[in-house]
Ligand binder design. Sequence first.
Ligand code: XMP
Length: 328
Amino acid sequence: MYLDTNVRPENMERITTKALADAFIEQAVKEIREQVKDKKVLLALSGGVDSSVVAALLIKAVGKQLTCVHVNHGLMRKGESEQVIEVFKEGLDANLVYVDATDRFLDLLAGVSEPEKKRKIIGGEFIKVFDEESAKLEGISFLAQGTIYPDILESDGVKAHHNVGGLPEDMEMELCEPVKLLFKDEVRLVGSALGLPDNMVYRQPFPGPGLGVRCLGAITRDRLHALREADAILREEFDNCGLAKTVWQYFIAVPDTKSVGVKDGKRYEGWPAIIRAVNTTDAMTATIEEIPYDVLHKITDRITHEVEGINRVLLDLTPKPIGTIEWE
Ligand code: XMP
């Protein structure tokens, strides 16, 4: 019922409780076992909500017959790849192949400032790395994907259009998409019922090309590092003051420009860290979160003192339209 159709049955109840999530899991596990039998499954595990929930479901259904490949493209937020390893390899004893491809991506991106070109490089290289890793594995029959119902409604059902990764073209594998009839809120409930941590299940949206779209212009390792550290401070302070629970999306962007400042009595040239915190329901339009000034002061103080290379903190007050959510 969940695996063999792309149309959500009209009588399918919306999953709104743990009990309904448990019932979904029981049925999905049964269907996955029927589909996969004793064959092997491959999954690109980004650490995002959808692929994480699919991984947890498949581990429950077929255990070590699933191989997860996590490609760290070097553009993850602070701690994200580490959490994927901790939750899946250490927590769920998953068959997890971790590939640190940071150097490959950053070397290719060196000197490239045009946003679309950066996206193409990241997407293309991701498929290449994933392809190389899966070629090393033997006897894989299924490719699992975190397709969700809006992906089917909004496109032709292939998530690769919007996200990094996707289906390598010459792979002859059958698809296994156990959450393809679910809406995002349902996927989150299923993830929680499967025991995934809240910060994974209620993760804010994060673009496939990751921090690559927030490290503006040509990415350099030092500026990317500064961005990652500043973003981690913003997230920590939003956690501390409770905004993390209510604000739809918040992040730091760091442009490729420096200004003069003073640090320890000396001239200090640094980049600005731009805070963006928006609320929206569909990401088509967005309004600005009014962050209390004491929180802004704390964040500014921490970022300018703790992050090497940043000497100013700015706040983006532009709604969408006219600004897009990301700076690219
Ligand atoms: P913009 O910048 O167009 O962003 O206002 C709208 C929303 O889309 C997110 N975004 C992405 N999400 N893969 C994704 O899954 C991507 O490549 C991507 N690029 C942007 C963005 O973070 C915002 O929430």
